[in-house]
Design a protein around this ligand. Sequence first.
Ligand SMILES: NC(=O)c1ccc[n+]([C@@H]2O[C@H](COP(=O)([O-])OP(=O)(O)OC[C@H]3O[C@@H](n4cnc5c(N)ncnc54)[C@H](OP(=O)(O)O)[C@@H]3O)[C@@H](O)[C@H]2O)c1
Length: 218
Amino acid sequence: MRIAVLGTGVVGRTIATKLVQLGHDVTVGSRSQLNPAADAWKFPGGRSAAFDTFAGAAAAGDLIFNCTNGAATLTALDMAGPRNFDGKVLVDVANPLDFSTGSLRLIYCNGDSLGERIQAALPDTKVVKALNTVTAPVMVDAGRVPGDHVLPICGNDEEAKQAVRDLVACFGWDQRRIVDLGDITAARAQEAHLFMWLALADALDTYEFNFGLAVRSK
Ligand SMILES: NC(=O)c1ccc[n+]([C@@H]2O[C@H](COP(=O)([O-])OP(=O)(O)OC[C@H]3O[C@@H](n4cnc5c(N)ncnc54)[C@H](OP(=O)(O)O)[C@@H]3O)[C@@H](O)[C@H]2O)c1
């Protein structure tokens, strides 16, 4: 599949590397085509990804991952050219975090979320919020954490959600571990989970953990 990964931070690098390993045709996007982080990027097995601007990458992908800084995502997607997303699935991995006051705040919250802002900015795009609730290495290798831990996803389009479920199955997230929270408004819950995630990361002194569900049968 032709997949664009917007973002050259640890998440973009981790997801793009995994997708290249899986044999996908990957284009990584950043603000500038001349990105030192991208130049220094080594892919295993002699394979490679293409590097382009946000716009070039978005145009090249049939499915697009948003791995940009959550505070800058709407700017980055605007730079990418909204028409380049039309009719495509956009997997939103970003969290709208603001640490400027010294403690975590969400830029969009309380009846709002980044996922919804993206869907409103790109009405002809099928936005699926996924993978934002775990650290990058666990996103692409669920087996790094033992047990039946789960991955919440949400979005307005059922076929798009199924496409994302199928794709992340190759990251180790089999169908029974994916919990569909419903439409894109559930991005509020997925993003607010970051408060619990950060508290647990402090308490457990690791980023490599996840939560499971214990449900009483009806
Ligand atoms: N780190 C994790 O394990 C983790 C886990 C779950 C979710 N997330 C979320 O995943 C996203 C990516 O995280 P990250 O740590 O890999 O990277 P990051 O440092 O949060 O973001 C890096 C990307 O954002 C772009 N960017 C930064 N400022 C920008 C601006 N003013 N305008 C346009 N683009 C801008 C950068 O562009 P250039 O390429 O041009 O520099 C780069 O591609 C974030 O939203 C984060 O909250 C991270």
